[in-house]
Design a protein around this ligand. Structure first.
Ligand SMILES: Cc1cc2nc3c(=O)[nH]c(=O)nc-3n(C[C@H](O)[C@H](O)[C@H](O)COP(=O)(O)OP(=O)(O)OC[C@H]3O[C@@H](n4cnc5c(N)ncnc54)[C@H](O)[C@@H]3O)c2cc1C
Length: 190
């Protein structure tokens, strides 16, 4: 199947991106086995805005997954094994040799496998992180990155923000709407 965007990784960065993309009516697939998200071992998160009484990583993943699905994102609980460029499309392989294609990809799979994907797509890296510009775009114009695979801040707030930023910048390009916001374009608000 062909998607507008495939997100590699279903942690906070990937889920955040999925919510924005799906709300913009883009055909969005999230791939990733959440059992290996760093969040599963974060038991008492005290510093994430809006949770003065703490929240667990598992709770955040559970509610974030529900929110992404409600917005319309498709999710497959399996890890990607390979990404290749196929003419003007990107093809993502996962378990059983199955694959889907997309116009854009967001890599949001933490540090573990992100460098392998970066190497296979010839992306620029620095100190084992994927290099991104201020739009969270990698050195490949159709590939973005978000969260721990491209930042050393390693905080949920930054990862969620990265996912949002990558998604909004892709939406702006696909919809050719430089002033796009999730709550209506700035033109609409005049
Ligand atoms: C013990 C601990 C406590 C922490 N406490 C806090 C805290 O209190 N506050 C705070 O702000 N931050 C905390 N953090 C950091 C926070 O958990 C991370 O910054 C955050 O989870 C990173 O989000 P991410 O989406 O980039 O990566 P992750 O949450 O790690 O998610 C990456 C996802 O990608 C998936 N994936 C991996 N490989 C592939 C593949 N090949 N294909 C598809 N998917 C793949 C993984 O399964 C996972 O679901 C803590 C981390 C740890 C380890």
């Amino acid at each position: 199947m062909h998607y507008d965007v495939i997100i590699i990784g279903s942690g906070v960065a990937g889920l955040s991106a999925a919510i924005y993309l799906a709300r913009a009516n883009l055909n969005t697939l999230v791939l990733g086995d959440q059992k290996t998200s760093q969040l599963t071992s974060a038991f008492e998160i005290e510093n994430y805005l809006g949770f003065p009484d703490r929240v667990t990583g598992r709770e955040l993943l559970r509610s974030g997954t529900k929110q992404a699905k409600q917005a319309g994102a498709s999710m497959i609980q399996t890890n990607a094994t390979k990404i290749i460029q196929k003419k003007d499309k990107l093809e993502v392989f996962f378990s059983g040799g199955l694959s889907h294609t997309s116009d854009y990809i967001i890599i949001a799979c933490g540090m573990l496998s992100s460098i392998d994907f970066a190497n296979s797509l010839n992306l620029k890296t620095e100190d084992k992180l994927i290099k991104v510009n201020c739009d969270n775009q990698t050195s490949h114009e159709k590939v973005y990155a978000a969260g721990n695979c491209c930042t050393r801040t390693r905080q949920i707030a930054k990862d969620v923000g990265d996912g949002c930023h990558a998604a909004i910048n892709i939406i702006k390009r696909i919809k050719n709407s430089p002033n796009y916001t999730d709550y209506g374009s700035l033109e609409d608000q005049k």
